[in-house]
Each structure stands twice: as C-alpha cells, then as structure tokens.
Design a protein around this ligand. Structure first.
Ligand code: AMP
Length: 284
C-alpha cells in the first residue's frame, strides 16, 4: 500500500497524538531518502517491533558542510514512496527545509565526547546537524522504537547519547550493515561512483575483512589491523581520510584489542571525489 504522506510538523503532531490515544506502538526510521536495501531493512525491522512504521525522508541541510554535496544529493521521492510502501511503512514524513528550520529557528544539539573523533574531526558541524534533526524527529514523533544502521556507526553512538541524555525515551535499535554481493556497503552516495571508482571502492570492505582475519589469527595490535586496511586502500589508489581502531562504545582510540574486548575498526576514504565510510566489529 502507498503510505500516507505528511509534510508539516502540525500534521505529524495530529497523527502521532491519534496513535497514542489508540495505544499503538510507533517505530520511526529517519533517512535522507534515495532508499536502498539498507534503509528497507530498517523499515522491515520496525514492522516487526511496532504496530505502525513512519519513515522520514529529509535531506537535512545542517549536517552538510559548506563544500559538501547538499545541492546534488540524490533524490527520488516517487521511487522512495513505492519502496516504503513495499517494505511496510504506513506513513512517510517528507518536510521541506522550512518546516524543520522555520524563520527564527535557533536551537542546536551538541553531543560532546562521541562526536569528537573520526567523522566528527573531519566534518566540523556534521554531528551537530545530525543530533539536531534526530532530536527534533524523536521529540515530534515520540516513537517507542527508532532504527538506525551500523553503517554510520559513529552517528549511531551520537544518537544513543542524545536519546539517553535528553530523556527522549525511544528504544534505539542499531541494525547491521547491508552490503552488495561483492561486499560494498550500500549507500545513497554509491550513485556518484563511476564503474571504475566503484570497483576501487571495494578496498574498504576488503581491508576490513583482512583486518578481521588478522584478529582471528591473534594479531591484536592496532597498527597491524589498521595497516591491513591502509594496504588495501593504497593498492586501489584511494585517498585515506582516516582508519582507526576504537572502543566500540566510547569510540576512544585503542592500541590493541584485548581478549574479550569489543572494538570497532572504522575507515573513511575517497574514491575519486566521493567520500565513503565503512566499519566492522573486531573482537567481543
Ligand atoms: P541516510 O539516508 O544515509 O541518512 O541513512 C538513513 C539510515 O539508514 C541511517 O540510520 C543509516 O545508518 C542507515 N543505513 C544507510 N546505509 C545502510 C546500510 N548499507 N545498511 C544498513 N543501514 C544503512
């Protein structure tokens, strides 16, 4: 079924209040649209965990830097609507920027510790924009469950922190990264890649898998594990943005993976001009 489309904050308030009166559980899936199987896996899991599923489609201007791809970010509203319906979404919220940031808007949310390294260090203001829009969406919909992908692992930790610290009360569910058959993590930004750039982009996931294999062979040292990823990036001619081994929750740098420790290896790199990210759990 084609989902109902809501465009304004007032429409959401009225709709969500109706759900609460009926005692129905809501799952929210925030996205920037141009949906792929990764997004759809979140919608399907939302269906399993709640009575009603809402998907937001909003290319959030405050999370893009001045030299980033806001104006050319891919969009396909009609296609997204059909995919949302097929995956079981009941409602799509597709506001314009003026609905979320009307004249006089002046409130921004800053999550400190987990926003600082990794993408936070390379994209100043990015997580402030993410935290602001996700806080708005959680406050507006007040969902029982909100689903996010581990593909954006640091973002997931930022959202867990703001949901906890601001008492927003959602159950934040992190879902595994959905990949193409050849290992490439699905991303709306993969649409920017030429066939050759796409081929070379496989080095991110290949590097992460090589690191996992090293860890399984008891190589625990951060330099060796990050080195395996760097080796693959260099062989494919990709420019590294970062490769880091961190504690899986606090995202603080690790020198090595202790036995039983849950670590995360994260990579960001440019294939051509397209910045791609990927990550994997190591240990635990
Ligand atoms: P985006 O539209 O890129 O902002 O992503 C919306 C949500 O989908 C975020 O929670 C992402 O982490 C999640 N997501 C994006 N790509 C994937 C993927 N390949 N697998 C699982 N979740 C994903």
């Amino acid at each position: 079924m084609t989902p109902a489309v809501l465009r304004t904050v007032e429409e959401v308030k009225t709709w969500a209040a109706g759900l609460r009166r009926e005692g129905r559980r809501l799952a929210l899936v925030p996205t920037m649209g141009y949906l792929h199987e990764g997004h759809l896996s979140l919608i399907r899991e939302g269906r399993r965990r709640a009575d009603v599923v809402a998907v937001s489609l909003f290319v959030n201007p405050t999370q893009f830097g001045p030299r980033e791809d806001l104006s050319r970010y891919p969009r396909d509203f009609e296609g997204d609507l059909a995919k949302c319906g097929a995956a079981g979404a009941d409602v799509v919220f597709a506001p314009g920027p003026e609905a979320m940031y009307p004249p006089g808007y002046q409130t921004y949310v800053e999550v400190t510790d987990v926003s600082q390294g990794l993408c936070g260090a390379r994209r100043p203001g990015h997580f402030r924009g993410v935290a602001t829009i996700v806080t708005q969406l959680l406050a507006l919909f007040r969902p029982e469950v909100a689903l996010f992908g581990e593909k954006d692992y640091q973002q997931l930790q930022v959202i867990r922190a703001l949901n906890r610290d601001l008492h927003l009360g959602a159950d934040i569910v992190g879902m595994p990264t959905i990949r193409e058959p050849d290992g490439l993590a699905m991303s709306s930004r993969n649409a920017y890649l030429s066939p050759e750039e796409r081929q070379r982009a496989l080095s991110l996931s290949r590097g992460l898998r090589a690191a996992l294999t090293l860890l399984q062979g008891e190589t625990r040292d951060a330099a060796a594990l990050t080195g395996a990823v760097r080796h693959e990036l260099a062989a494919a001619g990709l420019r590294e943005d970062y490769v880091e081994l961190v504690d899986a929750e606090r995202l603080t740098p690790l020198d090595s993976v202790a036995p039983g420790q849950t670590a995360r290896l994260l990579v960001a790199a440019f294939s051509g001009t397209t910045r791609l990210i990927d990550n994997m759990a190591l240990g635990g």
